[in-house]
Structure formats: structure tokens, C-alpha cells
Design a protein around this ligand. Structure first.
Ligand code: G3P
Length: 219
């Protein structure tokens, strides 16, 4: 399973990318706005930090302008993926962008019908929002499982990015659902390193060593 990081904060990206666990980066207008920096400059910096798909989202709501914005975003770096919202206009733009060979990530997906439409239009990726589905009392993971099953039945090449991941349990659920990718916020990624029993076990090893061996070291 590939891990993308869902942030535009360069320190967060660097910290995780340096560990070799980041395969790509996703952003959206809220994430970019949170950093308060220029969109193009930020995305190019990210492209120079992570050698993988980097999603930047259009702002327009009509297909014609989405295609223009998407073409511009794609020209910034070979790894740029154009993120398009799941609307009828968005789907029109995805069709046109994919004809030009531009990669797209259809975002704000909340059910399998939307994912099927996006795949049919030629989307490279679909991003089902798992946590936000749970927020409105739908089962995000049930939706993700359904999309994954359907894509497998029809051998659909569009890759699934499990998005809106809130805790490590969401990432495990996305992996069990067979998602190709999970895009994980920094805080959630940090939590994936940790387990209370890991800390207890390491402390136990160190205490046993010190009791028997004192200050003896390897180096
Ligand atoms: O990639 C989608 C994501 O940015 C939405 O996540 O946590 O704001 O629901 P969240």
C-alpha cells in the first residue's frame, strides 16, 4: 500500500519523507490556505521534496476554466496531478484533461456511483472521503470497501486514494479494503509509529539490561 501525506506543510513533509515512507502528497484549497503561501511556489517546492504524484486542486467550478487551471497546474512539474471536485462539470474537465494526457484525482467522493463515473471519465485516481462520511453518519469504510470490490470486479485501473483519514484505525481499514493508497495527515501518520505496549516493552528491555550489565554499551 502506498502512503501519501495530506498536507502542504514543508516541515511535516520533510520529516516523513526523510524516513522514506512518503510516496506522494495531496493538497486541497483548505490545506494550502492553512499554510498561507503561494499555491504554485508551494506545490513546486513539494515536487522537489517528494518524487511521486503531487495533487494540486483547481479552484474553478466550470469545466472550461477547470481545464485551463488544470493545464496550468500540470505544467508546473511532471509529477503534478490535477485534483478535480466530483461534479458534472468536474467530470467533463477530467475527460478533457485525460485526453491531453494530464493525470487527475477526482476528489470529494462519497459513494461508489461517483467513483464509477470518475473512473469511466478517465480519472487516474479517485479520493473517497472516509472520515467526512463518518461525520454525517455514513460508513466511510463500507463505502471504500464497496468501491474497491467494484473496481476489482471490472479490473478498473483508476487507483483508489483513501482520504480523510483520521486515525491509524482508518488507515488499517483502508488497507483491509484494498485501497491502493491512503493519504494521511501528519498527526495521524505520527500516531502510526506508536503503541503503549511498544514503549513498555522497550523500557523493560532497557531495565533488564541495566540491572544485569550496568553501563555496558555496544559502542
Ligand atoms: O484528502 C482529503 C482530506 O484533505 C480531507 O480530510 O481530515 O479534512 O476530512 P479531512
Amino acid at each position: 500500500m502506498k502512503f501519501f501525506i495530506d498536507t502542504a506543510n514543508l516541515d511535516e513533509i520533510k520529516e516523513m519523507a526523510d524516513l522514506g515512507i512518503v510516496d506522494g502528497v495531496t493538497t486541497n484549497p483548505s490545506i494550502i490556505a492553512r499554510e498561507g503561501k503561494d499555491l504554485k511556489e508551494t506545490l513546486i517546492k513539494i515536487c522537489n521534496m517528494v518524487d511521486g504524484p503531487i495533487s494540486g486542486e483547481v479552484l474553478a467550478m466550470d469545466a472550461e476554466t477547470m481545464v485551463k487551471e488544470g493545464t496550468e497546474i500540470a505544467s508546473w512539474h511532471k509529477n503534478m496531478v490535477v485534483k478535480i471536485p466530483m461534479t458534472q462539470e468536474g467530470i467533463k474537465a477530467v475527460g478533457e484533461l485525460s485526453k491531453k494526457g494530464i493525470k487527475t484525482n477526482v476528489t470529494t467522493i462519497y459513494d461508489a456511483a461517483q467513483a464509477l463515473i470518475a473512473a469511466k471519465a478517465g480519472a487516474t485516481y479517485v479520493s473517497p472521503f472516509v472520515g467526512r462520511s463518518d461525520d454525517v453518519l455514513m460508513s466511510g469504510l463500507a463505502m471504500l470497501n464497496q468501491i474497491s470490490r467494484i473496481f476489482r470486479i471490472y479490473n478498473i485501473k483508476t487507483e483508489i486514494i483513501a482520504a480523510s483519514m483520521r486515525t491509524p484505525a482508518y488507515v488499517i481499514g483502508a488497507a483491509e479494503a484494498g485501497s491502493d493508497i491512503a493519504t494521511i495527515p501528519y498527526d495521524c501518520m505520527k500516531k502510526m509509529f506508536w503503541h503503549p505496549m511498544t514503549d513498555v516493552s522497550i523500557d523493560g528491555f532497557m531495565i533488564d539490561w541495566k540491572n544485569a550489565m550496568g553501563d555496558k554499551k555496544i559502542l
